[in-house]
Design a protein around this ligand. Structure first.
Ligand code: PMP
Length: 309
């Protein structure tokens, strides 16, 4: 039997009992930092492979530092809590692992970050595809621009930042598209609402750089390595114009939830053939094996866990 458990206030409790008080600072002001981590079930090895767990917690702590949040766990302690919770829950399917560090002080009308308590919690839920569509997805350019580093810190996963993404994603989906692409204030391309963005142009891969207000994506870093080492292609980080997307040979989005997602259209204009391009297909196939612990050279990115239930 699987158990929907969480790590909350220092203990493992059922998710149904992991409740915060209505006065909690993070609930009112988005003063929290979260992560999205994948547990990928490998049926033939009967093991869970958690992808780049350490790097996710390193990014979480970078967000905590920006929000002046002092949580009582280091990267190793959070990795251990996660491994233990996965074993306790006993799921034998793909998982989404959601750690959150949040301002836990129960006090409203208090606009500050300092001298507030912080806590760390973790939930694990079964999770399949993020964007439920076979083949290439259809995107639109969102009218909501990506927040600028002068407004909010876009490199880390601060909860409040996500209102920006959610406005854009809602607009895109309500208009009949699968995902929205966010531009920067200067009109250059930033990223998807929950994914980093890549183009294939004349056999080279182009992607916005960190200065273009993107999240420091862990999948982005992983595909950089795979593109260079396995496909032998160059990756160029640079500012990208919107019309370059229309003219690109291929486009794909990367994210922990979205994996490598091919994009066939932007704003009703076909990108390349409008389907899944050959580079995207190759990359996506390799990535799918890497995250399930099926590529020896990349096993150091995976934490294998035996689930004995
Ligand atoms: N950009 C945004 C806004 C995101 O929410 C995500 C998902 N975490 C990404 C990019 C991709 O990051 P990662 O590969 O680390 O999941």
């Amino acid at each position: 039997m699987v158990k929907p458990l969480s790590f909350f206030k220092g203990e493992i409790v059922p998710i149904s009992e992991a409740n915060v008080n209505i006065m909690t600072h993070a609930l009112h002001y988005g003063t929290a930092v979260f992560e999205g981590v994948r547990g990928n079930w490998n049926e033939s090895q009967s093991k869970m492979f958690v992808f780049r767990l350490k790097e996710h917690y390193e990014r979480l702590l970078r967000g905590c530092s920006i929000l002046l949040m002092d949580i009582p766990y280091d990267v190793q302690a959070m990795c251990d809590i996660t491994i233990n919770l996965i074993k306790e829950c006993g799921y034998k399917e793909d998982l989404y692992i959601r750690p959150i560090a949040y301002k836990s002080t129960e006090k409203v009308a208090d606009l500050r970050l300092h001298k507030l308590d912080s806590d760390f919690a973790l939930i694990i839920v079964p999770f399949g595809s993020y964007i439920e569509k076979e083949g290439a997805i259809r995107c639109c350019t969102a009218s909501w621009r990506r927040m600028n580093d002068t407004n909010m810190p876009p490199r880390v996963k601060i909860s409040g930042n996500y209102v920006n993404s959610i406005l854009a994603k809602t607009e895109a989906v309500m208009a009949g598209f699968d995902e929205g692409i966010m531009l920067n204030q200067d009109g250059s391309v930033s990223e998807g609402t929950g994914e980093n963005l890549f183009l294939a142009i004349d056999g080279k891969i182009h992607t916005p750089s960190l200065e273009n207000n993107i999240l420091t994506g862990i999948t982005r870093d992983s595909v950089f390595n795979i593109i260079t080492n396995e496909l032998g292609l160059e990756v160029i980080e640079r500012p990208i114009d919107r019309s370059e997307i229309y003219l690109a040979d291929e486009m794909f989005l990367t994210g922990t939830a979205a994996h490598v997602t091919p994009v066939g259209e932007l704003d009703n204009r076909k990108i390349g053939s409008g389907g899944v391009g050959p580079i995207t297909e190759k990359l996506s196939n390799i990535y799918a094996k890497v995250i399930r612990g099926e590529e020896k050279e990349y096993l150091n990115w995976c934490t294998p866990i035996s689930v004995n239930r």
